[in-house]
Design a protein around this ligand. Structure first.
Ligand code: GLA
Length: 400
């Protein structure tokens, strides 16, 4: 009898820990929406998993392959949801087995209403059944959208919690990514509803500055501005999600090229990687990994920058200085280290910027390493000055 009770206890502790410990660092992976929209199929997803391994991205820490909207077929007479048989002829379990065999994880998408944003079948009233189906297929992550659902945030809380509870009940650890885009301030309630991350903005577009911010417009810098004050909500297992990295799309993405978003320069892509890493955003890539450019691959696999994003303390960077186009962002890291990003928002001029480390509360002299140059640029310093080119982020790590 004692043995049985002990076993039950071990089982219970195991599963509560597993669920409680999801996404202790921001999830890293690839998602199809920006590039391919609904033009997806099982073969494409397999090839993306292959590319993630072959290009060294898995080795750099990328883990999740996430299938976005328009994978769905219909519900059968028992209400069970099936994938589109033409796009996924071998089914989802087979695909998940393949992705797992590569040492990666698989994610899927649904919506807290009758229909998803692109008009496929949603999960409302079928939460438990769909969560079980996703678990049986071997899914590791669910992005849960909010199109067609009620305006008020109490309704959003109820709908998201319902799905979070259903996922937990399956016993399979699945990251729960809340996607209501920010209007109901999910940073205030999404963790309590059971989410490990929540989108803070409308869909990101493949441009540096989209001129304005709304449902159709949101460039890298517009997205950044919406996240300045959200640092206090972020930490292990609860992340502000600034949407996908547009690195490597070069204006070719299906949904990311909306309304004049014609791509970025490599410098701008590099800056997105710096900023998303500084602000603890999930690093979810979205370009076609099978033929990614060398430059984009180098940006996405910079392990020193990734280490900032994945720092165990999980402290989101704060903007500690702003004057016109000149911004300084900083975050504390493990072992008394700090990361500092010098951002130049000016379109044409190189700016000189500097920081005295006492502004960070540091009293000792620090070693300074430039994380894009991959070299130490100073020892025993108590301040640092640098030239920052237009739309560049000079990213340094301070340690002693
Ligand atoms: C919404 C989401 C996007 C994507 C699409 C799919 O717009 O914000 O990220 O999932 O729906 O239809």
């Amino acid at each position: 009898m004692k043995k049985i009770i002990a076993l039950i206890l071990v089982f219970f502790v195991f599963f509560s820990c597993e669920n409680g410990q999801l996404a202790q660092t921001p999830p890293m992976g690839w998602m199809n929406w920006n590039m391919f929209g609904g033009n997806i199929n099982g073969q494409l997803i397999r090839e993306m998993a292959d590319a993630m391994v072959a290009k060294g991205m898995k080795e750099a820490g990328y883990e999740y392959i996430i299938i976005d909207d328009l994978w769905q077929g219909q519900r059968d007479e028992n209400g069970v949801l099936h994938p589109d048989p033409e796009k996924f002829p071998k089914g989802m379990k087979d695909l998940a087995d393949y992705v797992h065999s590569k040492g990666l994880k698989l994610g899927i998408y649904s919506d807290a209403a009758e229909y998803t944003c692109a008009g496929a079948v949603g999960s409302i009233r079928y939460e438990e059944m769909d969560a079980r189906t996703f678990a049986e297929w071997g899914m590791d992550y669910l992005k849960y959208d909010y199109c067609g659902a009620p305006e008020h945030r109490d309704s959003a809380f109820v709908r998201y919690k319902k799905m979070a509870d259903a996922l937990k009940q399956t016993g399979r650890p699945m990251v729960f990514a809340i996607c209501e885009w920010g209007p109901r301030k999910p940073w205030e309630w999404a963790a309590d509803a059971g989410g490990q991350l929540w989108r803070t903005t409308w869909d990101i577009r493949d441009t540096w500055d989209h001129g304005k911010y709304d449902g159709g417009h949101n460039g890298i810098i517009n997205c950044l501005d919406r996240n300045v004050d959200l640092w206090k909500y972020s930490g292990p297992g609860k992340w502000n999600d600034m949407d996908m990295l547009v690195v490597g799309l070069y204006g070719t993405g299906e949904s990311s090229s909306h309304d004049g978003a014609n791509g970025c320069t490599d410098m701008e892509y590099q800056s997105q990687m710096s900023l998303w890493s500084m602000l603890n955003s999930p690093l979810i890539t979205s370009c076609d990994l099978r033929n990614i450019s060398q430059k984009s691959l180098a940006i996405l696999t910079n392990k020193e920058v990734i280490a900032i994003n994945q720092d165990k303390l999980g402290k989101q960077a704060q903007r500690i200085f702003k004057e016109n186009d000149h911004e300084i962002w900083a975050r504390e890291l493990e072992k008394g280290a700090w990361a500092v990003g010098f951002l130049n928002r000016n379109d044409n001029e190189t700016l000189k910027m500097s920081l005295e480390f006492s502004k960070l509360g540091l009293e000792s002299k620090m070693t300074v390493r430039d994380l894009w140059k991959h070299e130490n640029v100073g020892e025993n310093l108590d301040s640092y000055s640098c030239e920052v080119r237009p739309h560049e982020v000079v990213l340094i790590k301070l340690s002693n």
